[in-house]
Write a new protein. Sequence first.
Length: 341
Amino acid sequence: MRVLVTGGAGYIGSHTVLQLLRAGHEVVVVDDFSNAKPTVVGRLEELAGQPVPVHAFDLADGDKLDVLLAQERIDAVVHFAGSKAVGESVAKPLDYYANNIGGTISLLRAMAQQRVWRIVFSSSATVYGEHAPVPMTEDLPTSATNPYGWTKVMIEQILRDVAVTDERWRVALLRYFNPVGAHGSGRIGEDPSGIPNNLMPYVAQVAVGRREELTVFGDDYDTVDGTGVRDYIHVEDLAAGHVEALQWISEHDRAVSTWNLGTGRGSSVLQVIGAFEQASGRTIPYRVAPRRAGDIAASYADPARAERELGWRAERTLVDMCADTWRWQSTNPEGYPDGQD
């Protein structure tokens, strides 16, 4: 297939582009580079051994989308593009609703106009809200605790509603948990802007000397060691799930399919620190602070449906995740350069 990957220069998008190419698909990327560095494009082409066509514009530009979908003769879309920082979404809710939901509506209109009926959407476990029992299954009711999460809930509903309008639509909703790790080459990985919002990149930046210490929010949860437990999944396993989902919706008649992509296992903050110390050979200094409002004790997936229907399962261990993150961070201590490599 000829696949358009929105946000394909971003963290998860870039890894998925490589796996789509490896699976024999042709890939076209659209990214406005608001949350990615242009440097990644050259590295993708280096790793893929072929050019990767990249179009730099915002999804809100429906005219450019129409032209792109028509000229490139796109067969399917994998949709990553969107703002994703929880704290920022609380401070700037209108920006998040306009960008994430507005961009998706613009994309879907262009797809319908050009008769492109297959889409894999990058959703999130945030749609389960803060009171969901674990392990989380796909049939749980959806909710959210912040504007970022609500954009995922709303986009899922928009996609379900759109799928009713034409029987040709085939939609995959992929709810994933905590993506971490990097490509085994160390050439592409997670490069968050500013202070990392997530645990693994923060730990990596402490290990490489960019930050002094890690703050552990809460050590009095009802968990194995009192710290929060999350389902960490290697970005390469996650990317493979997108390839499998795209193949599945191309071969089956179900209008909307929802899959969790996770390991089904939880790891605590202290377990992640220990695994990263093992992988890096560095000590990770940390201090304990009070719990953050809205944080829950444990969150992890029931990935049985994805294994049963897609034949997909997460293969890489927490040690693998930490080793690949460290390879990326230690060889790119400041992340991607702003200019050319």
